[in-house]
Design a protein around this ligand. Structure first.
Ligand SMILES: [Zn+2]
Length: 282
């Protein structure tokens, strides 16, 4: 990191952090948001308080069903909840991370609230679970990982962002109203988060390919509101296509969900094991 920027962060952090310690994540310190006491209404956490926290976000819910499969009329909001629950249970079983879900039942949450939950709870990783739809191409299948970028990687990624962001009608939602030094700190944290998110995307592909299929271009970039927590590495995971009969049978079955959970668990645990090794080497 540029020495001047590092110095600036150190000065501002020292000046603004009365009481609460500054958060340090992968070398970027940012001014602390008030997170001392989780507000009532935040989801329950499963796991050892010493472990890093992973937030699983089951996409859609309540009045927003998401995509509906022509095969068995499976609704995306139900599929995502079942998959997120399976991932949580797999992670809770081995206990290497703490885990919480943005929703555990059929309720609607606006996109900003989903990532704000991750911020307030000081999550180390945010994973939004979805299922794809390509009504005009029922041959499309496999998983895709999205990470944040202001510029979409391709037309399809831009379309996905448009559809997903429409979910709570926040057109062009900005991160916050901060200006000046706060803005610089947020931008730095966001840049670092985007790098870690992209690393996790590559790791997920590597670790999970043995469990479920990915699309050839498995990593795409889009300006997705739900991924805009500046200080929490975040991915949106499209598990497969509800418009493809093979994918639907897989992602909507207990066996398929279990495979997805195992692949995800392997990637998440490897991600945090790597972080520990890096910290120890400092
Ligand atoms: Zn979706």
């Amino acid at each position: 990191m540029d020495v001047l920027i590092a110095l600036l962060i150190a000065i501002v952090t020292a000046a603004t952090s009365s009481g609460a310690p500054a958060r340090r994540d992968e070398g970027v310190a940012i001014a602390p948001v008030d997170r001392s006491d989780p507000a009532p209404g935040l989801p329950r956490i499963v796991g050892d308080p010493e472990r890093p926290l992973v937030i699983l976000d089951a996409g859609h819910g309540g009045h927003d069903p998401g995509a509906v499969s022509p095969f068995g009329a499976r609704r995306e909001k139900d599929v995502t909840l079942a998959i997120a629950t399976a991932i949580r249970d797999a992670l809770a079983e081995s206990g290497r991370v703490r885990v919480a879900m943005t929703r555990e039942d059929d309720r609607y949450l606006v996109l900003k609230d989903r990532y704000e939950i991750a911020r307030k709870m000081r999550a180390a990783l945010f994973i939004s679970i979805h299922a794809d739809a390509a009504p005009s191409n029922d041959g499309a299948r496999g998983a895709t990982i999205y990470t944040l970028s202001e510029v979409a990687s391709d037309r399809e990624a831009a379309l996905i962002a448009e559809q997903q962001n429409r979910s709570d009608r926040i057109a062009g939602a900005s991160l916050s109203g901060e200006t000046g030094v706060d803005r610089i700190l947020i931008d730095l944290a966001q840049r670092e988060s985007m790098t870690v998110s992209a690393e996790f995307a590559a790791l997920l592909k590597r670790e999970a390919s043995a469990y479920f299929p990915f699309r050839p271009e498995y990593h795409r970039f889009a300006s997705l509101v739900v991924l805009k927590a500046p200080d929490v590495p975040s991915i949106l995971f499209e598990t497969g296509y509800l418009t493809n009969p093979t994918d639907t049978a897989y992602i909507a079955s207990p066996e398929g969900r279990q495979q997805i959970a195992l692949g995800m668990k392997s990637a998440i645990e490897t991600h945090f094991a790597r972080k520990l090794v890096r910290v120890a080497a400092r």
